[in-house]
Design a protein around this ligand. Structure first.
Ligand code: ADP
Length: 581
């Protein structure tokens, strides 16, 4: 949980700076709008005795005057609202962009701990709510406060004694409002947490629908969902009940206050301290306080709800970031693709080491296979090379430079990853392969040819402009992998990191992917988490990782003759594979 002070909207004030011009213009119109209220109260004071006297001409004159003031006031309100809406929306947009930017920098380990649904909720619903509060604060709360001040000053001008009596009633309302505000804030926070849990469950449910059906677990999921929905309803109902109670109570206090002022006013007239016209203006002004007070009450509640949203948004800001580049990082020229690790240790939680004293030397153009049981630390090793994470101790070198000395962007241009599960963004095949990089059509075709993907892409109705659906659902597993290989080789990296897919492909697809890989691996250093026997056998070096340490190292022929983990693994895994090959 974040402390209350962190959630304060005041911290957003610096975001207002770029919009100062528009805000100042808006403020000018706001002042005109607010100044019209005391004038209208004064006109009301003139009007009531004139009506009483039956003086039609005076009444018409006053009404035309009031119409004119109303016209100016509403025009200013329009100008104020439109001028202020833009900066308010931009601030919430800036905030959303800032949080998304942060999301791109958060350590991958920390992101994995957050649920997709929850983050999505924060960046959509919470950001909207914060935007709404910013808008309301600028465009409604501020003029309401100004209106209260302006009208009250006018009331003091009419009769200060009566104004003091009125003022004594105000703290009562204020205390009540803030009491409720705190409760509403607490209830709102709980209700938002519930929605975000609902979103998290939805995210899981949608991703897991096939597995849910496969296990016939629909009823279990439905029950969980029903339960979450019920908890959400209860939390929301509590908030609504508090809100429902707040309006009548505050309204009653207000009405009592006004009636009390009327009694005191009558006494003031009787004692000769105030005349009828002054009292009429005073009552008109008093009535003009009700609207802004009620706006402030509503906005205060929304502010409290918005604070909960803001604190949830800002908590993303506190997640740990990836290590930053040093000030003058080295630029790689003509990278060779040599990698070495010296005494590298790593732990995710600073307690138990996931990798222990890893020493590896990979020369240019070598193919190195990492083998070892699941959970032994192979993927962690790839993450270290890509600088997603930093070693706890020891050093990692790329072409002789310590990787933290190299610009992370440049390092990642040299080291391309072909992940086990291909994550493709939706878009045209050409855009999917480019993945935000600038590349000519020929370069895209060339990468696709290396990845043995050109022919199948050309056989699609729109060729390279054919659309890949979200998650690549309109492509086969083998096609997805070949596109991922094309995406990896497009930037002509000197190192390929392959996390071989374990899911079985049919023989044709397997052969097509193998051809793609062998073409992609040509003249490159390759580090592969190997599951296929062929990859392992052909590797220049096989590194056997067991429980975070290198237990053996050598070629297939060397290792197979030794009694050890590799031979065991071969017997367990690869013999099965070799039978099916
Ligand atoms: P492999 O790729 O060999 O299956 P990993 O490198 O994925 O192994 O995992 C090595 C160990 O680190 C495992 O015990 C795993 O549970 C742990 N681990 C992996 N990723 C994280 C993470 N983000 N946070 C904490 N522990 C992790």
């Amino acid at each position: 949980m974040i402390s209350q002070s962190d959630a304060e909207f005041r911290k957003l004030i610096p975001l207002l700076r770029p919009h100062l011009r528009k805000l100042l213009w808006g403020a000018l119109f706001m002042v005109i709008y607010v100044s019209c209220w005391p004038v209208l109260a004064w006109q009301a004071g003139l009007l009531i005795p004139a009506i009483g006297e039956g003086n039609l001409l005076t009444v018409i004159k006053i009404i035309f005057g009031a119409l004119f003031v109303f016209f100016i006031q509403k025009l200013s309100q329009f100008a104020q609202d439109t001028l202020l809406a833009d900066p308010a929306l931009r601030i919430s947009q800036d905030l959303r962009i800032k949080v998304f930017k942060k999301l791109q920098k958060i350590q991958l380990g920390a992101i994995e701990k957050l649920s997709t649904g929850d983050i999505t909720y924060r960046l959509t619903e919470d950001a909207d709510r914060v935007g709404e509060v910013i808008y309301k604060t600028i465009q409604d709360t501020t003029p309401s406060i100004l209106q209260l001040v302006a009208v009250f000053i006018y009331m003091v001008f009419i009769d200060w004694q009566l104004s003091i009596a009125t003022l004594l009633l105000a703290p009562l309302v204020t205390i009540l409002v803030s009491q409720f505000g705190a409760r509403v804030m607490f209830a709102a926070e709980r209700s938002q947490k519930q929605v975000s849990e609902l979103a998290a469950l939805l995210g899981e449910a949608i991703q897991g629908l096939p597995i849910i059906r496969a296990f016939a677990a629909e009823e279990w999921l439905q029950n969980r969902f029903d339960n979450e929905v019920e908890l959400h309803r209860r939390a929301r109902y509590k908030t609504l009940k508090l809100l429902a109670l707040q309006h009548p109570v505050v309204g009653f206090i207000e009405a009592t206050g006004i009636l009390a002022v009327l009694v005191i006013g009558a006494a003031r007239i009787q004692s000769g301290g105030l005349d009828g016209q002054g009292f009429s203006s005073y009552v008109a002004a008093l009535l003009m306080l009700i609207d802004p007070i009620s706006h402030l009450t509503t906005n205060f509640n929304e502010l409290k709800q918005g604070q909960a949203s803001l604190s949830r948004l800002r908590s993303i800001q506190l997640e740990p970031e990836e290590a930053k580049d040093i000030l003058t990082p080295i630029n790689l020229n003509d990278a060779k693709g040599e990698i070495s690790l010296r005494d590298v240790c790593f732990s995710y939680d600073n307690k138990i080491n996931v990798l222990n004293n890893i020493n590896i030397n990979i020369k240019k153009g070598q193919v190195v296979a990492l083998v070892g049981p699941s959970g032994s630390g192979k993927s962690t090793l790839l993450s270290l090379l890509l600088r997603f994470i930093r070693p706890k101790s020891g050093e990692i070198f790329f072409d002789g430079y310590e990787v933290s000395q190299i610009k992370s962007k440049e390092l990642r241009q040299q080291i391309a990853l072909v992940p086990q599960r291909t994550n493709l963004f939706s878009g045209s095949i050409s855009d999917v392969i480019k993945f935000g990089r600038t590349a000519s059509k020929d370069q895209v075709i060339n990468a696709s040819r290396i990845a043995n993907a050109h022919d199948f892409i050309m056989s699609m109705p729109d060729g390279y402009q054919s659309q890949v659906e979200e998650g690549g659902t309109n492509l086969s597993g083998g096609q997805l992998q070949r596109i991922a290989i094309a995406r990896a080789v497009l930037g002509n990296p000197s190192v390929l990191l392959l996390d071989e897919a374990t899911s079985a492909l049919d023989a044709d697809s397997e052969a097509a992917v193998q051809l793609a890989l062998s073409q992609a691996m040509k003249d490159r250093t390759v580090l592969v988490i190997a599951h296929r026997l062929s990859t392992v056998q052909e590797a220049d070096q096989i590194i056997v990782i067991d429980n975070g340490s290198i237990s053996d190292c050598g070629t297939h022929d060397e290792l197979i003759t030794r009694e050890g983990r590799y031979k065991e693994l071969c017997q367990k895994q690869f013999i099965r594979n070799s039978k099916s090959e």
